[in-house]
Ligand binder design. Structure first.
Ligand code: PMP
Length: 360
């Protein structure tokens, strides 16, 4: 067996310990004689797995008691629709910050249900920064303010929590959830697709303040109604059981690593290695404003794009994979989520330095 360093943006690398444990338990989970994949979601074994996963996530993120934690299907994209359907609550407008491609998708989905006010955008600079708080034009009649805390494609990360006063703050945290401590009590809803920092694709985690539930649009599909899902412990229909189990193992792994404070320090170290190298290089370039450079997704270009193919080929030869930038922007992107070990980032930096020395 030989594993590579996988810089994919998602589905992405998972902690090796988690994969090993899942492997050991694949045929017989804790003496049950069956795989978690084969268990009834209503049986006591799976109920205990789900309850432990929720308890561990609550302790990692210090989620206050007046928030529900939902494990849902449909990825983050289903939440682009679920958010307006659940949170408009009689209002007609919502504020959205537009920082790139994932914000845009959330906005175009929301427009099916309400009037969208663009409260801030970085379109003027091709989405290479996040607008500062004083630049946001908030609408006090908005049902909520939505933003994308980390743009996975652009590599733009907010370095502050927007303050919308009494208007609930909603965040698509798909690509930086669990990468640093955050104050959950500042949010109305946090949602995230799992396939970056949580577990396998097919699962979305939604953290929702209780008082915001129970007034969804009548047209809301039942599986996207937060209140129904909360009342049924995310089991109104069959939940993504295996994904929840792996997520639970990832949460235990994070606790063993020292929790989110320790992850944040590690993520600062890892991303700094790459950004320092890019800054001091004549070959590599980061398009993102220094204060908004993502700790999770590091896009960069080569001064001479004719070298892109060679770069990727040689990287593959060194077992550094999935470095090609998103098809819409080109260049390179190294995604360095929680589960990417520091050795992986160091190996990438060594390769990049060596490649530059040979391609001045
Ligand atoms: N939001 C962000 C920030 C993302 O990175 C992604 C996926 N890459 C999505 C939403 C969509 O997630 P999903 O594919 O799980 O629906």
């Amino acid at each position: 067996m030989s594993r590579v360093f996988n810089f994919s943006a998602g589905p992405a690398v998972l902690p090796e310990e988690v994969l090993k444990q899942a492997g050991e338990e694949i045929l017989d989970w804790h003496g049950s004689g069956m795989s978690v994949m084969e268990m009834s979601h209503r049986g006591k074994e799976f109920i205990s797995i789900a309850a432990q996963a929720e308890a561990d996530l609550r302790s990692l993120m210090k989620i206050p008691a007046n928030y529900k934690v939902l494990f849902l299907q449909g990825g983050a994209t289903a939440q682009f629709a679920a958010v307006p359907m659940n949170l408009l609550r009689g209002k007609k407008k919502a504020d959205y910050v537009n920082t790139g491609q994932w914000s845009k998708k959330a906005i175009s989905e929301a427009k099916k249900y309400c009037e969208v006010n663009i409260a801030g955008t970085s379109q003027d600079a091709n989405f290479t920064y996040a607008p500062s708080m004083d630049k946001l034009q908030l609408n006090k009649d908005a049902a909520y303010l939505h933003y994308t805390s980390n743009e996975t494609i652009g590599g733009v990360e907010f370095n502050y929590l927007p303050d919308a006063g009494d208007v609930p703050l909603v965040c698509d945290m798909s690509s930086n959830i669990l990468s640093r401590p955050i104050d959950v009590s500042r949010f109305g809803v946090i949602y995230a697709g799992a396939q970056k920092n949580i577990g396998p694709a097919g699962l979305a985690v939604v953290i929702v303040r209780e008082d915001l539930m129970g007034d969804a649009l009548p047209c809301v599909p039942t599986i996207l109604d937060y209140k129904t899902q909360a009342e049924n412990d995310s089991m109104y229909n069959t939940p993504p059981t295996y994904g929840m189990y792996i997520a639970g193992l990832v949460f235990q792994w994070l606790i063993k690593q020292g929790g989110l404070e320790a992850m944040e320090q590690k993520n600062i170290r890892k991303s700094k290695l790459l950004y320092d190298l890019i800054e001091s290089s004549a070959l590599y370039h980061s398009p993102v404003a220094a204060e908004n450079r993502s700790r999770m997704n590091v896009p960069f270009t080569l001064k001479n794009p004719d070298l892109d193919e060679q770069f990727l080929k040689e990287a593959k030869g060194r077992r550094l994979l999935q470095l090609k930038g998103h098809r819409s922007v080109g260049g390179m992107r190294a995604s360095i989520y929680n589960a990417m070990p520091e050795e992986g980032v160091k190996a990438l930096c060594d390769f990049m330095k060596d490649f530059e020395a040979r391609n001045k």
